[in-house]
Write a protein that binds this ligand. Structure first.
Ligand code: SF4
Ligand code: SF4
Length: 104
């Protein structure tokens, strides 16, 4: 498991840096987020949920059965949309109400 930050999408808001429990994310002088060392990330996904610009992608490695699937999150109308993109291009979306953990 690891994350990748898309610098084209990143607007430098700093929310991911604030939420990371390990202080692993830094905003550089160009107002772009980067992770100091991806090997230190333990995959809590807090930054993925916090980013409103889908700039952070989470890789579900083969070691946990993810086979290279990429996960990212979009928030709309207080609902979280969890996108899963398989290497084949197939997509799955799980919609979650974070207030009561209901999924649709
Ligand atoms: S939360 Fe997203 S847009 Fe904001 S700094 Fe982090 S990666 Fe960039
Ligand atoms: S997944 Fe968790 S530990 Fe890893 S960079 Fe994001 S907030 Fe930090």
């Amino acid at each position: 498991m690891s994350i990748r930050i898309d610098r084209q999408r990143c607007v430098g808001c700093g929310k991911c840096a604030e939420i990371c429990p390990g202080n692993l994310i830094i905003i550089n002088e160009n107002k772009k987020a980067f992770i100091r060392d991806p090997r230190d990330c333990w995959g809590c996904a807090a930054c993925v949920k916090e980013c409103r610009f889908q700039a952070i992608k989470y890789f579900l490695g083969a070691d946990i059965g993810g086979k290279g699937t990429i996960m990212y999150v979009k928030k709309e109308n207080d609902l979280l949309y969890w996108f899963f993109e398989k290497p084949s291009g197939e997509k799955e979306v799980i919609i979650q109400n974070p207030n009561d953990n209901t999924t649709y």
